[in-house]
Design a protein around this ligand. Structure first.
Ligand code: GCB
Length: 585
């Protein structure tokens, strides 16, 4: 389903704001009739995690119920009505006026259910959403894992198997959307370059039973084409268009120009039925030898791994935080980020499109262990998530690569076939972007990296290894990078390197946890990585401090941010700005 848009044929009603909320401590809300009435004594904000809104919910990782009412205008009566949730962690069930309308598994991607038949036009509609946020081994990302290999997570609280807080709740906007009875259900745009011209291919999906004309144009150009669509015709509900845009403005960080593709459906008497406008950029991404090319020119990715994380909001989306983060990325001189460790909001990616940020889009597969590769249950679930992610994000020019996993166990023999299957699944859906996975183990014994287009490494020499011995850490990092290239012969991206620094702690000569140590480490190691002829990028871990589980190695939050959790610069931010040529604003 396309991102919500209001147009001459579509309306949108935001359901963001306060909802009634009840934690379902015994997980028996349904038996107790909560789909008909929530015994809620508190109100909670949507979108936002529930954890930081009430003290007693901070460590609540069970099931939470949300309820609110909405009345709809009679003018919408002839339309189809859909309920869209931008994301909720983790298992969601939705009822409208007491009738279940759908379920969705997964924490970081949207879901939409048609509710036309269940809507009342003579009074308020009750929307109920049950969100089960339990931490479990078969969820993505997994928690509470029986692990053969201990990677430092044993005994942390809560017991998720990854280094960020497992916030629960509705994290992105809830929206009611209307469409006409027949509507544009999907648009998929791919682009190429031929001399100075842009090649644009658009696949348009049409709802079942549509009969009439589908007209596509690219605004501001002469590109326009129309096809007749016949009910039950051979086109199978799809129309494909090919355009050439002469003297195309290519999308790139310096000129993130967006074109707009407009799709119009009209009936046989030429009456307008539906209209949708999809923005896109004309650009190509490829790997040539050891180079990453954007529009045929080499590009080096400088920036961060980051998290969707902010005080009080938890993982809840906030346009203000997105604006602030982009401002800081620009200030410091970063050109790229990885959406570690899950797909970010549509809103973040649209902002990246407009502001020319290069993005590696990552799945929520962090911390797979050997048992996940056995059988097909996790593999099939993972493929479904990849499909959802690529279908949602494919039109974003800012996404220049996919990362299909972070730090899974890639030493286990079973990892070979598992990661190969993930790669070919993703490639079959999108062959226009390079694909990687992120490694944290010995590359010589890794069985999965060979399947991928470039190698991504998380390396903490001078922190988890050689702690306090920065000279040695830098020397070993340099040697290990060379060895990685020797072994795999593919371009290398260092997706994480960094050190914790508690803002305000100063030690000279530099020691671990001081601002000086972090600043020296990230600047020296960035330069080492940058100078290698086979590297395509260096991302410091992390952009900002973020909330995670409690464990002796974390000082309340993970302090590897070069900005604090509330986005104030540490010493390392100033040093990186000088190194990267950031701009003052
Ligand atoms: C990693 C993980 C990241 C952690 C980071 C750390 O390798 O990919 O999620 O937060 O290390 O700080 O330990």
């Amino acid at each position: 389903m396309l991102y919500p848009q209001s147009s001459s044929s579509r309306a949108m009603i935001s359901l963001d704001g306060f909802w009634k909320f009840a934690p379902d401590v015994n997980d028996d809300g349904e038996q107790r009739g909560w789909t008909h009435q929530l015994p809620a004594d508190r109100e909670i904000a949507v979108p936002a995690s529930w954890n930081e809104q009430y003290q007693d919910l901070m460590y609540f990782f069970g099931t939470g119920w949300y309820e609110r009412e909405v009345e709809l205008s009679r003018q919408l009566r002839s339309e189809r009505i859909w309920l869209r949730v931008g994301s909720a962690n983790y298992l969601s069930t939705v009822w409208v006026n007491g009738t279940e309308v759908g379920r969705h598994e997964g924490a970081h991607l949207p879901f939409v259910f048609e509710i036309t038949e269940h809507v009342r036009w003579d009074g308020p509609n009750r929307i109920t959403i049950r969100v089960d946020a339990a931490i479990a081994a078969d969820r993505l990302p997994p928690g509470d894992v029986e692990h053969e290999q201990i990677v430092g997570f044993k005994g942390q609280y809560p017991n998720n198997y990854y280094d960020f807080f497992p916030y629960g709740g509705i994290h992105r906007s809830v929206t009611l959307i209307t469409t006409p009875m027949s509507f544009v259900s999907d648009i998929r745009i791919t682009t190429g370059i031929d001399g100075t011209a842009g090649k644009v291919k658009a696949h348009v999906g049409l709802s079942e039973g549509f009969e009439g004309a589908c007209t596509v144009s690219i605004r501001g150009t002469q590109c326009r084409s129309s096809v007749k669509v016949h009910r039950d015709g051979a086109d199978g509900g799809k129309a494909v268009f090919d355009f050439t845009v002469p003297a195309a403005r290519l999308w790139c960080p310096e000129d993130p120009f967006l074109y707009e593709l407009e799709v119009r459906l009209t009936d046989e008497d030429d009456h307008a039925i539906d209209q949708y406008v999809q923005s896109f950029g004309i650009r190509t991404v490829s790997i040539r030898g050891v180079e990453l090319l954007l529009n045929g020119k080499p590009v080096f990715l400088t920036g961060f791994g980051m998290h969707e994380d902010f005080p009080v909001l938890g993982k809840g989306i906030s346009p203000a935080v997105i604006a602030k983060d982009f401002n800081l990325l620009n200030w410091i001189g970063a050109n790229s980020v990885r959406t570690s460790h899950y797909p970010y909001s549509d809103e973040f990616l649209s902002y990246a499109d407009k502001h020319g940020l290069l993005v590696i889009g990552e799945t929520p597969f962090v911390g797979f262990v050997r048992s996940h590769y056995q059988g097909t249950a996790i593999l099939n679930k993972a493929k479904r998530v990849i499909t959802e992610m690529i279908e949602r994000d494919t039109n974003h020019p800012s996404i220049i690569a996919w990362s299909l996993a972070n730090e899974g166990d890639t030493l286990a023999p079973e990892a070979d076939a598992f990661y190969e299957a993930l790669y070919s699944h993703a490639k079959s859906l999108d062959d226009t972007r390079p694909i990687t996975i992120v490694n944290c183990v010995d590359v010589e014994k890794d069985v999965a990296l060979k399947h991928y287009d470039f190698v991504s490494l998380n390396r903490y020499h001078g922190w988890y290894e050689q702690a306090g011995r920065l000279d040695e850490g830098c020397r070993i990092l340099s040697e290990k990078l060379d060895r990685c290239y020797e072994v795999l012969g593919k371009p290398v991206m260092v997706t994480e390197f960094g050190a914790d620094a508690v803002a305000g702690v100063h030690v000279d000569p530099p020691e671990v946890f001081s601002e000086e140590y972090q600043a020296e480490m990230v600047t020296r190691q960035y330069e080492i990585i940058r100078q290698k002829p086979y590297t395509i990028g260096a991302h410091v871990w992390s952009f900002a401090d973020f909330k995670t589980s409690q464990t002796p190695s974390r000082v309340v939050v993970n302090r590897k941010g070069v900005f604090t959790r509330d986005r104030q610069p540490k010493l390392s931010a100033h040093k990186l700005k000088a190194l990267w040529g950031g701009e003052s604003r």
